[in-house]
Write a protein that binds this ligand. Structure first.
Ligand SMILES: [Zn+2]
Length: 390
C-alpha cells in the first residue's frame, strides 16, 4: 500500500513541456557541436516550428550561436551550424572520499577549465569542510575565464539526507551523523550547493565527460574505496526517493559475510572495492602497496581477487540488469587500467552465467572513459546545470 507521499504525481503542464524540449535541444547541441536545425529535429522528433522557437530563444539568451557556412546545398539553402557558447554558464564540482578531495571548474560546453586536489581526513567533518572551502576558493579564483557560475555540486559519501543537507550517515563515522554539512559549507560558498551521492555523480561524470552519451540509458559502476552505482535512464539519473538509489555496493552478495562500512554485512563492496582488494593482499590500505610491483604471494592473491571480484560483480550486475531492464553497464574505477579490464572480463563472464536468457539484447559491459580521479567531481559539476538548463 502506498502512502500519501509516494502516491503524489507530478503533471506536465504547458510551460514544463516547453522547458523539457528546450533542455533536450540544448543537450543535443552540446553533444554535437556544429549540428544543424534539421538534424536536431531528426534527433529530437520535434517539429521544425518548435525547433525554430527554441533555437531562437537560446540564441537570444546568448546560450547558443549559429554560424552560416559558405557551403551551399543542392537546394540553394545555406548550411547553418549551432554551438553552445562556453561562456554562457559554468559550475564548480567538488568531491571527497576518505583521503582526498578533488574539484573542477567547468563550462556549459563541457570544457574543464581548472582542476584541484587536496588531502583530507574524513574523521573530522569541519576539517573536511575547510578543505572543500579551500578547493572552492582555488577554483573560484579562475572565474574570469568562464561565464556566470550557476552553482556548486558536491559529491559525497552516502547515505545522504538531502532535505537536511547532511551527508555520510554511515555508522562508521558518528561525527558526521548530526553534522550540518550544507550549512557549514555554505558559510564559505556564495552559490547554491547541490549535494549528490558519489555513485550517481560518477555516473553523470561518465555521461558528460566519458562514453555515457553513446548509451543514454545504462548502469554505471565505480570501483573506489567502496563500490558506487548509478542508473541513467533516457539521459537522466534515477536517484530514488531520497537520492540514495542504486547503491549496488550494498547489495548483499555474501551470506554471513564480512561487516561492511554501511553497518550491514556481506555487502558486495566488502570484496569488490579497493578496500576488498587491500584485504585480499593482506595490507591495511591499498596505498600501502604498489600494484605494479607485487611479490609472488601478493600476485597470486591479486589474481584470485580479480577472478572472484569479477565473478561476483557480474552476478550482481545480471540481477540488477534484470530488475531495471538496462543492458549496458559501464565500469570505471581507481584500479590500474590493465587490472580494470581484467576485472571487467571476469564480470562479463559472471554476468553471462546469471543473466535472464531470452531478453532482447544481452547485458554488455564496457570500460568507462571518464578520467577516474575526477569523474565524481565532474559529475557533481553537472548537477547545477541540470537544475538550470538541461
Ligand atoms: Zn554495506
Amino acid at each position: 500500500m502506498s502512502n500519501k507521499h509516494t502516491r503524489h504525481q507530478h503533471g506536465f503542464n504547458g510551460p514544463r513541456v516547453r522547458d523539457l524540449n528546450r533542455a533536450l535541444v540544448l543537450e543535443v547541441i552540446r553533444q554535437e557541436p556544429g549540428i544543424g536545425r534539421a538534424d536536431i529535429a531528426a534527433a529530437t522528433r520535434l517539429t521544425a516550428a518548435t525547433i525554430t522557437n527554441i533555437v531562437g530563444g537560446l540564441i537570444g539568451e546568448g546560450a547558443v550561436e549559429e554560424s552560416v557556412d559558405r557551403e551551399v546545398r543542392a537546394t540553394g539553402q545555406p548550411v547553418r551550424s549551432l554551438r553552445i557558447i562556453p561562456d554562457y554558464a559554468s559550475t564548480i564540482g567538488l568531491h571527497f572520499d576518505h583521503e582526498f578531495a578533488t574539484g573542477v571548474l567547468v563550462d556549459v560546453a563541457g570544457n574543464v577549465i581548472h582542476k584541484a586536489r587536496q588531502e583530507l581526513s574524513i574523521e573530522d567533518p569541519q576539517a573536511a569542510v575547510d578543505v572543500l572551502a579551500k578547493l572552492y576558493e582555488t577554483l573560484y579564483a579562475h572565474r574570469d575565464r568562464v561565464g556566470k557560475l550557476l552553482g556548486v555540486g558536491v559529491s559525497v559519501m552516502g547515505p545522504i539526507d538531502n532535505a537536511r543537507g547532511r551527508v555520510c550517515q554511515s555508522a562508521q563515522y558518528p561525527a558526521w551523523r548530526e553534522f550540518e554539512f550544507r550549512d557549514a559549507l555554505s558559510r564559505h560558498v556564495d552559490h547554491e550547493i547541490h549535494i549528490e551521492n558519489n555513485g550517481t555523480a560518477a555516473g553523470l561524470g561518465e555521461y558528460w565527460f566519458g562514453d555515457g552519451r553513446h548509451f543514454g540509458s545504462y548502469l554505471h559502476v565505480f570501483i573506489g574505496n567502496g563500490l558506487g552505482g548509478a542508473l541513467l535512464m533516457n539521459r537522466r539519473a534515477v536517484r530514488g526517493l531520497t537520492g540514495n538509489g542504486c547503491e549496488i555496493g550494498h547489495v548483499n552478495a555474501y551470506r554471513d559475510g564480512e561487516p561492511c562500512f554501511c553497518g550491514a554485512r556481506g555487502c558486495l563492496e566488502t570484496i569488490v572495492s579497493l578496500r576488498g582488494l587491500a584485504h585480499a593482499l593482506g595490507v591495511q590500505h591499498i596505498g600501502d602497496v604498489d600494484l605494479s610491483c607485487l611479490d609472488a604471494r601478493q600476485r597470486v592473491a591479486f589474481d584470485l581477487w580479480i577472478d572472484r571480484a569479477g565473478a561476483d560483480l557480474g552476478r550482481v550486475l545480471a540481477s540488477v540488469s534484470n530488475i531495471v531492464d538496462v543492458a549496458d553497464v559501464i565500469v570505471n574505477g581507481l584500479l590500474p587500467s590493465g587490472a580494470l579490464l581484467r576485472l571487467i572480463d571476469a564480470a562479463r563472464d559472471g554476468a553471462a552465467v546469471y543473466e535472464m536468457q531470452g531478453r532482447p539484447g544481452g547485458i554488455a559491459l564496457h570500460c568507462g572513459r571518464a578520467e577516474s580521479e575526477v569523474s565524481a567531481a565532474l559529475g557533481a559539476a553537472t548537477v547545477p546545470f541540470y537544475g538550470n538548463l538541461f
